[in-house]
Design a protein around this ligand. Structure first.
Ligand SMILES: C[S@@+](CC[C@H](N)C(=O)[O-])C[C@H]1O[C@@H](n2cnc3c(N)ncnc32)[C@H](O)[C@@H]1O
Length: 242
C-alpha cells in the first residue's frame, strides 16, 4: 500500500503562508471622525442629543457592534431614531446598505437628511417594526436600546418578524439593558422614565431570558456584558439565525 504524506496531500494553497494581494484596511477602532461628521450634519438640539447617545454608546460598545456586523449587505436598523447609528456604521463600512425603521416620522425624516448629507445611500421607513412594509431579506439587523421600550407581547412579535426577515446565518444584534445589578437597572429606569414619561411601556429582561427567547426563534446566541463608567448594565446579544 502506498502512503502519501500529509504535506504532499495538501493542495498548493496550503503549502507555506499565502499573503492576500489586497491590503487590509485597519481604521481607528472608534470612529471619532465619523461621529464629528454626524454631529455637523445635525441641527443644534439633535446634535446635543447625539452627543448624549454617543457618550452612552461608548467606544467599547460601538467597536464590539461594528466588528460583529457584516461589512456589506442589507442591514435593518430597528427603531433607528435620528439615524445616528445608521450614519455611524455606514461610514465605518461604506458597503453596508442600512434600512432604518421607526414610527416617529420626524426622526425618520431627520435620519434621511443626515445620511444624505453624509453621502450614504441608506433608506428610512416610517413605521412600526411589527407591521412596516419591508421588502427582501437582510444579512443583519440591529436593535439599539429599543427592546425595553416595547410591551412584552410586542417584543415577541418583533423577534418573530426579525427571525423571518433575516437570511440563514444572518445576525441579529440587540444592545439593551440587563436586569442586574439592581442598582444599575433602577438607575437606567429612572433616566428612561424621565425621557418617555410614566405611561409608556418599559420592560427590561435579564440577558438569560433574552437568550432563551431567541433560541425559541431558532437563533444561536452569544452575550457580552459591557461595563461602563456610569452604572448602565449594558448587554450586547449577538444572535445568529440558524
Ligand atoms: C431610545 S430610542 C433609540 C433610538 C436609536 N436606536 C438609538 O440608539 O439612538 C427608541 C426608539 O425606538 C423607536 N420605537 C419605539 N417603538 C417602536 C416600534 N414598535 N418599531 C420600531 N421602532 C420603535 C422610538 O420611536 C425611538 O426612536
Amino acid at each position: 500500500m502506498q502512503f502519501v504524506s500529509d504535506v504532499e496531500a495538501q493542495p498548493d494553497s496550503f503549502v507555506g503562508v499565502r499573503h492576500a494581494d489586497a491590503e487590509i484596511p485597519a481604521p481607528e477602532v472608534y470612529g471619532r471622525e465619523a461621529i464629528r461628521r454626524i454631529a455637523r450634519a445635525l441641527p443644534p438640539i439633535e446634535r446635543a442629543y447625539a452627543s448624549i447617545r454617543f457618550s452612552i454608546l461608548r467606544p467599547k460598545l460601538l467597536s464590539v457592534m461594528d466588528l460583529l456586523l457584516p461589512d456589506t449587505g442589507r442591514i435593518l436598523d430597528v427603531g433607528c431614531g435620528f439615524g445616528l447609528f445608521a450614519a455611524y456604521f455606514g461610514q465605518t463600512q461604506p458597503a453596508r446598505a442600512v434600512v432604518g425603521v421607526d414610527p416617529d416620522g420626524r426622526r425618520v425624516e431627520m435620519a434621511s437628511q443626515v445620511c444624505k448629507r453624509l453621502g450614504l445611500g441608506h433608506t428610512f421607513i416610517e413605521g412600526d417594526i411589527r407591521t412596516a412594509a419591508l421588502t427582501g431579506t437582510f444579512e443583519a439587523a440591529y436593535v439599539l436600546d429599543v427592546m425595553h421600550h416595547l410591551a412584552p407581547t410586542d417584543q415577541l412579535a418583533t423577534l418573530s418578524r426579525l427571525s423571518d426577515a433575516l437570511v440563514p446565518g444572518g445576525l441579529l444584534l440587540i444592545k439593551d439593558i440587563t436586569t442586574e445589578p439592581r442598582f444599575g437597572l433602577e438607575f437606567t429606569r429612572l433616566l428612561d422614565r424621565g425621557m418617555v414619561g410614566l405611561q409608556a411601556p418599559l420592560h427590561y429582561r435579564h440577558h438569560q431570558e433574552w437568550a432563551t427567547l431567541l433560541r425559541g426563534f431558532d437563533f444561536r446566541v452569544r452575550v457580552v456584558r459591557v461595563p461602563d463608567i456610569l452604572p448602565y448594565p449594558h448587554v450586547v446579544i449577538a444572535a445568529t439565525k440558524l
